[in-house]
Ligand binder design. Structure first.
Ligand SMILES: [Zn+2]
Length: 296
């Protein structure tokens, strides 16, 4: 089973962090239209995880995706990493986001992805918060270590049920492959851009479970441009040294030239479903149960 997902946030970043360059909005919309047309052509439905503040300020973008028949999920309210928020702040963030998205589409939202997969050992309570807010399916776990966290002790690499407190939630982790004894993602984001397409196809075709995830920014051709120190420190919450900003620039820009075409080739080479459909197809009585109770 292969799941296709997109994280929609560029309009929000543009308005509140990148300087509200008006000329960029039609550019983002152009990419979104190309994605929606591709999905129509392939007959695929995807899950689009949307930032709540986007739904508030750009409801037409969210409605457009919704009316084309795709699932709308939640991608937090302001794209603040969950491990930077207290439990109470995360609760407010999730509740505000769901209110804005549900208001835009007139429908309940039950799927969630954390910004930058920011649920790990230190904030496992996040699953309980999500379940309390009505989220049934989550796709936030990166079950290995990575630059900004990850959840290496999670204990499952395929869809499973998380039990925490008296709540439970269905988890769809990011799928990984292994090299040099270390697990890493290959089917989305910067990893997809860095790896050759033949490699991604090979790993995906031999796996029982795949979770592909893209941002419009992953698929846009971008010239190498370094963030200024203020933006960098504000967003990444680490010192904006030349080295840190340089590394981020390389990671954020490399491989963007052919990325959209490669994503299209990948989508046309495999069968994909969205989270909503995957939830129906999985026999949850047979999946692993991860009990996080007692560890928090
Ligand atoms: Zn995101």
């Amino acid at each position: 089973m292969n799941i296709l997902s997109f994280d929609i946030e560029e309009w929000y970043f543009e308005k509140f962090l990148y300087g509200d360059r008006k000329e960029m909005y039609p550019v983002y919309m152009g990419y979104l239209d190309r994605i929606l047309d591709m999905l129509d052509r392939e007959g695929d439905k995807a899950t689009f995880f949307c930032v709540g503040e986007m739904a508030k300020h750009f409801p037409d973008v969210i409605r457009k995706i919704d009316t084309r028949g795709h699932e709308i999920g939640c991608h937090s309210n302001t794209h603040t990493w969950l491990n930077k928020l207290t439990e109470e702040q995360m609760y407010a963030d999730t509740r505000d986001s769901l209110a804005s998205i549900e208001d835009a589409i007139g429908r309940k939202v039950i799927s969630y992805r954390a910004p930058a997969f920011s649920i790990g050992e230190s904030n496992k309570y996040a699953f309980e918060v999500l379940a309390e807010c009505g989220i049934e399916c989550d796709a936030s776990v990166y079950p290995a270590s990575r630059d900004f966290g990850g959840f290496s002790s999670f204990g499952a690499k395929e869809p499973c049920i998380i039990k925490i407190g008296n709540k439970s939630i269905k988890e769809f982790p990011i799928c990984l492959t292994t090299a040099f004894g270390r697990g890493f993602a290959y089917s989305g984001g910067g990893y997809f851009r860095l790896l050759p397409l033949w490699f991604v196809k090979k790993v995906l075709s031999s796996a029982d479970y795949g979770m592909c995830y893209f941002h419009i920014e992953d698929l846009m051709y971008r010239k190498y441009k370094m963030h200024d120190r203020e933006f960098f420190e504000n967003y990444y919450k680490i010192p904006g040294t030349f080295k840190n900003r340089f590394v981020r620039m390389i990671k954020g820009s490399i491989g963007t030239k052919g990325a959209f075409n490669e994503m299209e080739q990948l989508v046309s080479s495999f069968e994909f479903v969205n989270l909503e459909k995957a939830d129906q197809l999985i026999n949850w009585n047979e999946t692993k149960v991860i009990d996080l109770k007692g560890n928090i």
